[in-house]
Ligand binder design. Sequence first.
Ligand SMILES: Nc1ncnc2c1ncn2[C@@H]1O[C@H](COP(=O)(O)OP(=O)(O)OP(=O)(O)O)[C@@H](O)[C@H]1O
Ligand SMILES: [Mg+2]
Length: 229
Amino acid sequence: MIRLSDISKRFRSPSGEELSVLEGLGFHLRAGASLAVQGPSGSGKSTLLALLAGLERPSGGWVEVAGRRLDALNERELAAFRARNLGFVFQSFHLLPHFSALQNVAIGAEIAGVRNPLGASREALERVGLADRMGHLPGQLSGGECQRVAIARAVVGRPQVLLCDEPTGSLDPANAGKVFDLILELHRDLGNTLVLVTHDAHLSLAMDARLSLERGRLRDLQGEGCVPL
Ligand SMILES: Nc1ncnc2c1ncn2[C@@H]1O[C@H](COP(=O)(O)OP(=O)(O)OP(=O)(O)O)[C@@H](O)[C@H]1O
Ligand SMILES: [Mg+2]
């Protein structure tokens, strides 16, 4: 389902030096499996998710997601592929502030090509326990509620692949627990492949496999459904 072969990613730093962020990274993640990505700050976790989402291109190696080599797609094809196959939950929610919870999810549904965007969005919000908050703007929602709207938006198109970057990172323990249970429940129901960056040991132990990065290299890979390449 997800295959990375000998991935490297380099950025040019503002001072002009080349910065190696990922080096020689390769693994295969089985369809329907869940993977926790761990590692210290700056080790390349978000960069890895950006490569999986096709938001960044690797400097070397290739990425395959849901049977498609991302390097074979141009920017327009990539955007369409993302819309149909991927859900992305960012740590900082990325909700549109002037649109209601329902509108935020419906925009995601429309981009994903869902047939009845409003109906599907209502259902998704009910699913995350926000039936009585649909008309609220993000500023009128708590952090945990915003995160649940972001999750509803990511899953409304029933994506094959769900990518989450520290989805509980900015939440208090009670809300983190709720969001955590919700992600696991959705993963089980949708049967999608899940890649989740987290520092939460409890959350990573609930995933099928755990991968840890250290300075852009694979340090450790444990569990089932994911093998190094
Ligand atoms: N566009 C960019 N240009 C230059 N350097 C970058 C760019 N994006 C990321 N980096 C650098 O790459 C390194 C890895 O960044 P990344 O965001 O992947 O880390 P991370 O493991 O997600 O860290 P955190 O846990 O703090 O979120 C960092 O040192 C960062 O400064
Ligand atoms: Mg990060």
